[in-house]
Design a protein around this ligand. Structure first.
Ligand code: GUN
Ligand code: ZN
Length: 433
């Protein structure tokens, strides 16, 4: 297979930036290149050095003056909710019952799931997102459709069929045993096939009986390496309803703790209204709180204390995500733009280096996958996004006044979206038609 060499300005993080002037936290090459073969990055760095290493048989693509970054990572999305985006509701529970559950019922039809899966991958790659952590519907076939499309595209995806056996329409209910069996079947069919990974996915405490939580616990015990994803403390009414369903638990986090579901591979969507005890419990177990800013604003769920929760004596690991279809944008640029505004309202600062760290290495670390994705390091998977900070007339005009890399990043986050995405590479292959 021929090697591919992409040339441009490179940006890749080494660790979380400590401030706007923390130049050691990232690698920046003003004339850089990434050399790729067989889906992996062979080398990255200064163009001259990487070109010399590449030798003769190389397909060279010049993206100058654009920025080349690791592909974006989205840590919480709902694959069956592409047609739910922008549904007018007062709050989370009304939105779920009125729009979301009826829409997810349609995924019993394989043809529908396959069609939406094609749209999902087209859209995410168009937005520069190369890895997503996805909830499928309760129907195993929806997860089959998702993973099959991912295998065709060669993407690294994490997904699971939601386990839910109460408080939803009949067409969306499994049973403790069928949820367990079908998740197992998915693991056997898809986990490790291509770059697919299966996540154990009890939707949230409201839609799972204690019996189903026990079966999720059994899966977590049998497959300790798998990710677990669920929702936690998103909305006040949801918290109260959960407390009434699990009266023996001291709080919402304790519901999951009692079933052994906390840990370094567990991704808790939202986690907005946590008590200090709950944040301690997440911290002590290495669990991840997944911040979904556009969704939290759209559904009026609350303001997630992103900075404060990381600054605690017992810090909580965090990830960033779109939460399509509660979220209102597929773009990780727009997602971080809204995250920035939420921190502004809380009197906190989220600097642009931190934002781009979260979209790439930060989210890879939250998934315990930074040895494979999230950087431009040699030996990792060749998923890249190429970004143009002057993609629109308004951006080009503002670029005239930009004097530094951090200003350029902040401009891209504030005014940019899919229009800034020039190209997306999946396992070394350009994905734009
Ligand atoms: N809680 C349980 N299910 C969902 C969902 O689909 N979206 C959001 N935002 N919250 C949830
Ligand atoms: Zn969600």
């Amino acid at each position: 297979m021929t090697k591919t060499l992409v040339r441009g300005r490179l940006l890749s993080f080494r660790r979380a930036p400590l401030g706007l002037d923390d130049c050691d936290s990232y690698l920046y090459e003003s004339d850089g290149a990434v050399l790729m073969e067989n889906g992996l990055i062979l080398a990255s760095g200064a163009y001259d050095a990487v070109k010399a290493e590449a030798g003769e048989a190389v397909n060279e693509i010049d993206h100058r003056p654009h920025l080349i970054l690791p592909g974006f990572i989205d840590c919480h999305v709902h694959f069956p909710q592409m047609q739910v985006i922008g549904s007018y509701a007062a709050n989370l529970l009304e939105w779920l019952n009125t729009y979301t559950f009826p829409e997810e019922c349609r995924f019993v039809e394989t043809a529908h799931a396959e069609r939406i899966a094609r749209h999902f991958f087209d859209e995410f790659l168009r937005q520069g997102t190369t890895t997503a952590v996805a909830y499928c519907s309760v129907h195993k076939t929806s997860a089959d459709a998702f993973f099959a499309e991912s295998a065709r595209r060669g993407t690294r995806m994490i997904a699971g069929k939601v386990m839910m056996d109460r408080n939803a329409p009949q067409g969306l209910l499994d049973t403790p045993q069928s949820g367990y069996d079908e998740t197992k079947e998915l693991i056997e069919s898809w986990h490790g096939r291509g770059r697919n990974m299966v996540a154990i996915t009890p939707r949230f405490a409201i839609t799972s009986t204690p019996e189903q939580m026990e079966r999720a616990q059994a899966l977590a015990y049998e497959y300790p390496d798998l990710h677990i994803q669920t929702h936690l403390s998103e909305n006040r009414e949801e918290i109260d309803f959960t407390a009434s369903l699990y009266p023996e638990s001291i709080d919402y986090t304790d519901v999951y703790a009692r079933y052994g579901l906390l840990g370094a591979k567990t991704l808790f969507g939202h986690a907005i209204h946590l008590s200090a005890r709950e944040a301690d419990a997440l911290s002590e177990t290495g669990s991840v709180a997944v911040h979904c800013p556009t969704s939290n604003l759209f559904l009026g769920s609350g303001l997630f204390p992103l900075k404060a929760i990381q600054r605690r004596e017992k810090p909580v690991r965090v990830a960033l995500a779109t939460d399509i279809g509660g979220g209102t944008s597929y773009s990780m640029l727009k997602t971080l733009d809204e995250a920035y505004k939420i921190q502004q309202l809380l009197g906190e600062r989220l600097n642009p280096l931190e934002s781009f760290y979260h979209m790439t290495l930060g989210n890879a670390e939250a998934l315990s996958l930074s040895d494979r994705i999230g950087t431009l390091e040699a030996g990792t998977e060749a998923d890249l996004v190429v970004l143009n900070a002057a993609a629109t007339p308004a951006m080009a005009l503002k670029m005239e006044a930009v004097n530094s890399l951090t200003e350029e990043l902040f401009l891209m986050q504030t005014l940019g979206d899919d229009r800034s995405v020039v190209e997306t590479y999946v396992a070394g292959v350009a994905s734009k038609p």
